[in-house]
Design a protein around this ligand. Structure first.
Ligand code: FES
Length: 85
């Protein structure tokens, strides 16, 4: 499990081992955009302000991975991610 801080909204959500970042974020922000939930459409791409991402999609380029992630499949490497959300 790890934490995701929502920089603009304020507050932090916990992401359990068996749930996605998207699912955890939606508890606080039900309107966050998503579609495929499988890491291929790009709809759920969010900017990462801080923290190391464990990228699990097949879509983003290395350059995009430097400061963003697909929250339906990718996770944190460490204890915390900070999203620009
Ligand atoms: Fe399609 Fe995340 S919802 S890539």
């Amino acid at each position: 499990a790890f934490e995701v801080e929502l920089r603009r909204t304020g507050g932090t959500v916990a992401v359990a081992a068996d749930e996605t970042v998207l699912a955890a974020v939606r508890k606080k922000l039900p309107d966050v955009a998503y579609s495929c939930e499988q890491g291929f459409c790009g709809t759920c791409q969010l900017r990462v302000v801080a923290g190391e991402v464990d990228h699990r999609d097949e879509l983003l380029t290395d350059e995009e991975r430097r400061d963003s992630m697909l929250v339906c499949v990718s996770r944190a490497r460490g204890a915390k991610l900070v999203l620009d959300l």
